[in-house]
Ligand binder design. Structure first.
Ligand SMILES: Nc1ncnc2c1ncn2[C@@H]1O[C@H](COP(=O)(O)OP(=O)(O)O)[C@@H](O)[C@H]1O
Ligand SMILES: [Mg+2]
Length: 259
């Protein structure tokens, strides 16, 4: 088996005349946090959407534990063990926490026309999914509408972690959160990593990246311009790479970003 949980090989993707990704190759290992950083429009979300089966690459390919995968929709990625938490979280306000955790995966008992949703089992499992990550929420019967930003994020991450067997991807997991709530979410991310999952995080918070990441990929205008290991992580250097003040080790002389 490959040492990489996820390996993107020379992935390119255009939306009309916009080249969102140009020959992007990145890797992520199990039991590590891999961060992807870059300015708005760098292509970060497009890349993870391709890994998650939401978008399809124009060229290049993706390997999951050394096996090439060709997801044509998000369901196929989920079945392969990849769960994604998007910036919008994907929670339904008027449903309870347990209903959100089991959204589209309801446990049903019985056959034919008399199928019954097994609410008791789903509530119990929901409680287990939250406590497994040490998430404290008064009741799984509470509606999402009444939760704080941090609690919502915790529910969304618990759902991803509860269903994911291999890879959890998070797009800006703490962007909408305060300091204390962000710290909680960072703890959750550490727990996913300790459970042996490959965690891929997009973040604009460089201090957070320094705290969490084992490896960082820097993107600019659709390309990967640098790969940094944990020892090389430095917030100022990351800012310089993102803004173009520093060049990036993956750019050769012909690495023209202006086309
Ligand atoms: N569905 C889409 N249709 C058209 N353009 C898109 C679409 N998704 C992304 N883009 C464009 O692709 C580029 C990369 O976007 P994105 O991957 O969202 O960047 P990031 O997440 O790094 O901010 C941007 O120029 C964006 O406008
Ligand atoms: Mg984005």
């Amino acid at each position: 088996m490959s040492e990489y949980a996820v390996a993107c090989h020379n992935v390119s993707k255009a939306f009309g005349s916009v080249k969102a990704l140009r020959d992007v190759s990145i890797t992520a290992k199990a039991g590590e946090v891999t961060a992807i950083i870059g300015d708005n429009g760098a292509g970060k979300s497009t890349l993870i959407k391709i890994v998650a089966g939401v978008e399809q690459a124009d060229s290049g390919h993706i390997d999951l534990f050394g096996q090439q995968v060709d997801f044509t929709n998000p369901e196929e990625a989920r079945q392969a063990g990849i769960e994604t938490v998007y910036q919008t979280l994907g929670l339904i306000e008027d449903l309870t926490i347990w209903q959100n955790l089991f959204l589209n995966r309801e446990i049903v008992t019985g056959f034919g026309p008399i199928q019954l949703m097994n609410k008791r089992v789903m509530r119990q499992r929901s409680h287990e999914m939250l406590t497994a990550l040490d998430v404290h929420i008064p009741s799984v019967r509470a509606r999402v509408r009444g939760l704080s930003g941090g609690q919502r994020q915790a529910v969304a991450i618990s759902r991803a972690a509860g269903w994911s067997s291999r890879v959890v991807i998070m797009d800006e997991p703490t962007a909408a959160l305060g300091v204390r709530e962000s710290a909680k979410v960072e703890e959750l991310i550490e727990r996913l990593k300790d459970k042996g999952l490959a965690v891929i995080v997009i973040s604009h918070n460089f201090d957070q990246v320094v705290r969490l990441a084992d490896r960082v990929w820097v993107m600019r205008q659709g390309r990967v311009i640098a790969e940094l290991s944990q020892e090389e992580l430095d917030a100022a250097q990351m800012v310089a790479l993102i803004t173009g003040a520093a060049k990036g080790d993956k750019l050769n002389e012909s690495g023209d970003l202006d086309d």
